[in-house]
Design a protein around this ligand. Sequence first.
Ligand SMILES: *[C@@H]1O[C@H](CO)[C@@H](O)[C@H](O)[C@H]1NC(C)=O
Ligand SMILES: *[C@@H]1O[C@H](CO)[C@@H](O)[C@H](O)[C@H]1NC(C)=O
Length: 510
Amino acid sequence: MAFRAFWRSEKLLVGIILVCFLGSCLFSVYSLSQSDHTLDQVIGPFALPKVDLKKRLALHRTAQPKVLLKHGTSLLKHNKTVKSPEKIEEKNPVFVPHVGLIADSQQQKQNENIEELNVVEDDSNSKQGFVPRVGFDSQQINDGKADVPSAFEEKDLAPPNYNLHVFYYPWYGNPKQNGKYLHWNHNLIPHWNKQEAKKWPTGRHQPPDDVGANFYPSLGAYSSSDPAVIEHHMQQMRYAGIGVFAVSWYPQEQADNEGQPSDSLIPALMDAAQKYSLKVAFHIEPYEGRTDWSLQHSVRYIVDTYGTHPAFYRHTRNGKNLPLFYVYDSYNLPAKDWRNLLSPSGSHTIRNTAYDAIFLGLLVELKHKNEILQGGFDGFYTYFATNGFTYGSSFSNWKTLKQFADQNKMMFVPSIGPGYVDTRVRPWNGRNTRKRLNGKYYNDAFQAAFDVTPEIISVTSFNEWHEGTQVEMAVPKKVGEYAYNDYTPNSPEFYLQLTRNWSEKFKNLQ
Ligand SMILES: *[C@@H]1O[C@H](CO)[C@@H](O)[C@H](O)[C@H]1NC(C)=O
Ligand SMILES: *[C@@H]1O[C@H](CO)[C@@H](O)[C@H](O)[C@H]1NC(C)=O
């Protein structure tokens, strides 16, 4: 009898366990089926299951399934890609550049207010009194590469301001230098929501005339490894009074999915930088397998390999002259992991070792400020050039952020840019366009940064063409029905000129 009773209760137990198991299975399936929709809702990076984080990261510089157009079909011929920005805006879901985070409703509101300010670009208001010193006209670039780029002369260069940094991308390639196009032929990134994705064109751009950018570079569809291009970039930066460029960096064998490994380019970039008295900092991308451990390895590699080069950037902080690293998407590791590396008592700390450095985490959301503090970072930057979209990129939050940094003896390095537009690679993202307004947007951004008297200002970007944040020289260009944005009525180096003026003022501010 006793045995039977036991047997029965055993069965009951098994039954209960089975029911619980099936229940949780059903729940998981349900949650998964919902996840595409919840991506459109308010979700922080850590609230998401891994698969979703991956999906969102895919929005940042990673290739989507390669959908090739039929040979000979150019995207430019697809009328969808040349819709007016207003039309795109109607349809667009909320999206944060790069990471695909979703703003909360308060930010959304802020965003709407800012959009109201973004009145139609007034090109009639062209009394800039600016005489271009150099420049190319579009005749020079009809085959996708400039004729020997006309260089700035020595006398045109401005003194480098080492507290003015710019984000630099060495990922472009063309057939002449690299055997094929890299990045200029960017794919059209599908929306993460499958239903929404169906509404938008897909495919790849076809350089040299059709590039994955809303603006067209003076140097054409250039190669980042072309020595003439590198030289010209150095001159442009020095013309702008920039002192440091933070090069987008992946470990030796890695690259973003549109590019090829570019670590091998660093020596050439540093030599060129040295020639122009520029310094090189490293912007560490969220490469495959990036953890606190692998980052320690990366830092050792960078310092061991490049640390003795005279162009290697060091910044003095608390009496120490240290390398400085921008750590992109630092929030994708929890603070406790960063502490292992960045707190003096961490299990594999770099503090008080030969590899100690200034680490700047990326602040996107409000909650990141405490994570950055707890992670042991020396400070933070904001990267995005879209005022009002993320917490960190909103000028109105910078005073609070600076106070927070000061209270905790951290550095606040605001990132500013001349505007934002990425609809040639994310056709559904017109909502995040920030018009340049003949330089007004950039001037306002600089002023907002000045208002918090930062030690360093970072400019997004020198040449992130896909997101239209570049200050690099751009030329007017029309191909078929498509007219690229340009800097008219100002000259191709207008944003370098503006940077130059602010660089000078920044020196006096400090
Ligand atoms: C694009 O639109 C124009 C005018 O609306 C039309 O004439 C042209 O045939 C269209 N091109 C394609 C490829 O659909
Ligand atoms: C830069 O400053 C100079 C001198 O103040 C001024 O003449 C020039 O117009 C400014 N350039 C731009 C592009 O604003």
